[in-house]
Design a protein around this ligand. Sequence first.
Ligand SMILES: Cc1cc2nc3c(=O)[nH]c(=O)nc-3n(C[C@H](O)[C@H](O)[C@H](O)COP(=O)(O)O)c2cc1C
Length: 212
Amino acid sequence: MPHLLHIECSPRKQRSASIEVARSFIDTWSERHPQGTVDTLDVWSAALPEFDGAALDAKYAGLEGRARSADEARVWADIEALGQRFHRADVIVFSVPMWNFGIPYRLKHLIDAATQKDTLFTFDERGLLGLLGGRTMVVVAARGVALGDDFPAAIYDHQTSYMSMWARMVGITDVHQITVEKTLFGPEADTASRAQAKAQARALAESLPQGT
Ligand SMILES: Cc1cc2nc3c(=O)[nH]c(=O)nc-3n(C[C@H](O)[C@H](O)[C@H](O)COP(=O)(O)O)c2cc1C
């Protein structure tokens, strides 16, 4: 049974462009996969494990091959449970607002907590090996304005470039991106941009091989 994980990163909910476009993709995907299941991870309401003292001690225990204390093991179990939500998915959809040319801090928190050696990636002297290979990833990137002349994407896009970096790190090569821009240019531009992106999202869901 195919399984989709939606990582919702906008706190704007009903007004969010990224969530609206992601839902178009998910609705079409669900129509094509009536047996499919959808897990929504809202980074704003999820109890993301703090990645502080105990978690770092637990992480370095793993890196250094040292046994974890009971406290460290407890923290690590929460972190691994988060990683398992990614492993269970065949398709991972991120709805991501651009914040200060980058990603919202709660998404960064999720990524820092979940992206662990032997959970989402591993490495040895030969290099880095992602452990989420074979999955499809869709990034719906919303922006208030459009990157361009004054702010060329090659330098200022720390939103989709960050998500591509993460995909590479965890071994996902089938990555699709849908951009919804100019959401702050008034209702007309916002509506037109959302409509165009939603059409793209539906077409993408229809184009993926059955079972993905
Ligand atoms: C804290 C914050 C920072 C933002 N920074 C940018 C930015 O750097 N570039 C941009 O184009 N829009 C920026 N915006 C506008 C959002 O990207 C825009 O409203 C987008 O539609 C948000 O996605 P959402 O509708 O899914 O929440 C920012 C919005 C907020 C709340």
